[in-house]
Unconditional design. Structure first.
Length: 648
């Protein structure tokens, strides 16, 4: 009997040992054989390669080498880096597997004082110092067969949601022998940033982040705002809030479109960035508050009034006012936060746009009978109205804009795609000689020729119009931080997504569009926002009514007191006047009390809403799970008890 018990114990131990060995063997085998196999259970498929990435990889014609520098041994104590590095390596290996041998991957662990560390430094990678003094490298370098080089100096947490896009863009840049050319006509300080040219010369300003994106993606050619022709090498012309263009310059743009050129134009009835991007927050030198393209828009079948500004109560951004200590934020109806529901889901440019933060915007409308197709791609809500630009220039407060706000029920087109055949806005080339601001004739660039007049487009036009220039302003869409000497962008809106996607689309390259902002940047609580907006509208309405009652009571009381003083001088006030004074004083005190109650109720409602949300998030779900667990345990106990009683 004893030997039998010993053999059973030994058998159990042996089985446990065999199971442990089998477990380790299966894990080792799966790590080797199924390293790139993944099951993506995330809501937005964050870890699944998009179709755009597959297209980019499938179009590689020349071999590309990717060197992944990762200090694996030094990162043992840094769990966040190790997890992120595993994600990066898995993606790179999957890209290599899908490339058909066109991508060569090298994984390098640059140990301290090694040749690999020297190589990482020579290729421009940034190292992160540790507490022990060692340097951790975590970056990527890509090269092609013609000395092209692209790099990610260091994979930061802030850019993790753009990992696939950054790597795919690197591969696409390396697979192209020449970068496409983007022509730019602008009066915005894109390349100097806030502070303007003088601040940039002193090293006190930096380019807008969108300019960094453009420079990294395209070859940029800035055109002066007075020119005779668009250079033939320009693939797409971006017009961003220009000065008033003379007829010869407008004609050059017109003929560019007639020849099949594509245009992306940002116009603005009231450019916030122009008014604040100069030194000390002042207007930039030579700024233009309003921009227009005059006869070109009419020829393209579009009507645009630069004196109209769209206000939208539903999409209003929250801004700090500092006017009321009890309510420091308010809805600013002429600064818009455009949600996903107000961009075209069926247009490839806006297919991945979740939110746009815009300043004072205008609107476009189609001209009846035009030969072009007018397709809105960004629109206001129906709770919107139009303001005159002169009123907005006066600087009305957010609450002033909200009081008496009545939406028209019309959705205004803030951005639109114009497609189809177009006719020239000119019968012939303007005869007037073009001169610059100093009165000197404008010189043509080499290769620029006016050419023969083209009266109608040689094919369907492809034009995207946007009635706002503040989309470029960093303060509207991005937060920047400095890391290892590099500026790191943390997008809070999809402004750059829209601009880059629009240019990619007009360039004829749509592969990267599906990769931008795979992770949702901002997912607002729409129900909570609507409750807050309703409460504030009620508060403002009651506040306005009570303030009128207070003002009227004070006026009546003042009149009675003046009359009472005059009556006393003539022999005393009447009893009726004394009663009226007492009544108005009581009414004044009651109105002020009610006004304080309304303000207190608003604060209490907002605080109660926050408390309810915290309770639901922190306590309610665990309580429900606990109840379900207890219920399941009781049910299991009863079933077990029933089986025991039945067996007995």
């Amino acid at each position: 009997m004893g030997n039998q018990q010993i053999s059973r114990s030994a058998y159990r131990v042996l089985m446990l040992v065999l199971l442990a060995v089998l477990f380790l063997a299966v894990n080792m085998f799966s790590n080797v054989m199924f390293r790139t196999a993944r099951v993506d259970l995330t809501e937005n498929n964050l870890y699944t390669l998009s179709d755009g990435t597959k297209e980019v990889v499938g179009k590689i014609e020349e071999p590309i080498t990717l060197r992944f520098f990762y200090s694996e041994k030094l990162s043992t104590d840094y769990n966040r880096i190790r997890i992120y590095a595993g994600h990066v390596r898995d993606m790179l290996e999957e890209l290599r597997a899908r490339s058909g041998g066109m991508i060569r991957l090298e994984v390098i662990d640059p140990e301290p004082f090694s040749e690999e560390e020297d190589l990482a430094m020579s290729l421009g990678l940034k190292g992160a110092p540790t507490q022990t003094g060692d340097i951790i490298y975590f970056g990527l370098v890509g090269t092609n067969s013609v000395d092209g080089l692209e790099s990610v100096p260091f994979f930061t947490d802030e850019r993790e949601q753009y990992l696939e896009y950054d790597v795919a863009r690197m591969i696409q840049n390396l697979s192209r022998p020449e970068r496409p050319v983007l022509g730019i006509v602008t009066n915005l300080p894109l390349d100097t940033g806030t502070g303007g040219l003088m601040s940039a010369m002193r090293g006190e300003s930096q380019p807008f982040m969108i300019y960094e994106e453009l420079r990294d993606r395209f070859e940029l050619e800035f055109l002066e705002q007075r020119f005779e022709a668009v250079p033939p090498r320009v693939d797409v012309l971006m017009i961003a809030h220009p000065k008033a263009l003379d007829p010869r310059t407008l004609y050059a743009i017109d003929q560019f479109v007639m020849r099949g050129g594509h245009v992306l134009a940002f116009l603005d009835p009231h450019s916030e960035v122009s008014l604040t991007a100069g030194p000390n927050g002042e207007p930039i030198r030579g700024y233009t508050e309003m921009s227009d393209l005059g006869p070109l828009l009419e020829a393209w079948g579009v009507r645009y009034d630069p004196r109209e500004i769209v206000g939208d109560r539903t999409m209003a951004q929250r801004v700090r006012t500092g006017l009321d200590a009890r309510r420091q934020e308010s809805d600013y109806v002429i600064w818009l936060a455009v949600p996903r529901d107000n961009v075209a889901a069926d247009d490839i440019v806006t297919s991945d746009v979740v939110r746009l933060n815009l300043g004072t915007v205008g609107r476009f409308t189609p001209i009846e009978g035009a030969t072009t197709r007018f397709s809105p791609i960004v629109s206001s809500s129906e709770d919107a109205k139009l303001y005159d630009v002169d009123y907005v220039k006066q600087g009305p407060r957010p609450d002033d804009l909200l009081r008496g706000f009545e939406g028209t029920g019309e959705r205004y087109a803030i951005a639109a795609r114009i497609s189809g055949p177009v006719k020239s806005a000119f019968e012939a080339q303007p005869d007037a000689e073009s001169v610059d601001e100093d009165g000197r004739p404008i010189q043509r660039r080499s290769g620029e020729k006016a050419g023969q007049h083209i009266a109608a487009s040689q094919g369907d036009a492809n034009i995207i119009l946007f009635a706002d220039s503040d989309i470029f302003d960093d303060r509207f869409w991005v937060r920047t931080e400095s890391y290892l000497g590099e500026r790191i962008a943390q997008p809070i809106a999809d402004n750059a997504v829209f601009i880059m996607s629009a240019i990619d689309n007009l360039m004829g390259s749509n592969e990267l569009i599906s990769l931008r902002a795979r992770d949702k940047i901002d997912r607002p609580f729409t129900v909570v926002e609507e409750l807050r907006r309703t409460a504030e509208r009620r508060f403002l309405a009651e506040q306005e009514a009570l303030e009128k009652r207070v003002a009227e009571a004070e006026r009546n009381l003042t009149e009675l007191q003046i009359r009472g003083a005059s009556a006393e001088a003539n022999g005393g006030t009447s009893e009726a006047e004394s009663e009226a004074i007492a009544r108005f004083r009581a009414e004044l005190l009651d109105s002020r009390k009610k006004l304080r109650d309304v303000q207190r109720d608003l604060r209490r409602d907002v605080e109660a809403l926050g408390s309810n949300l915290r309770f639901a998030n922190i306590a309610l779900v665990p309580i429900m799970l606990a109840i379900l667990a207890i219920g399941a345990a009781v049910l299991r106990h009863r079933r077990r008890k029933a089986r025991v009683e039945k067996g007995a």
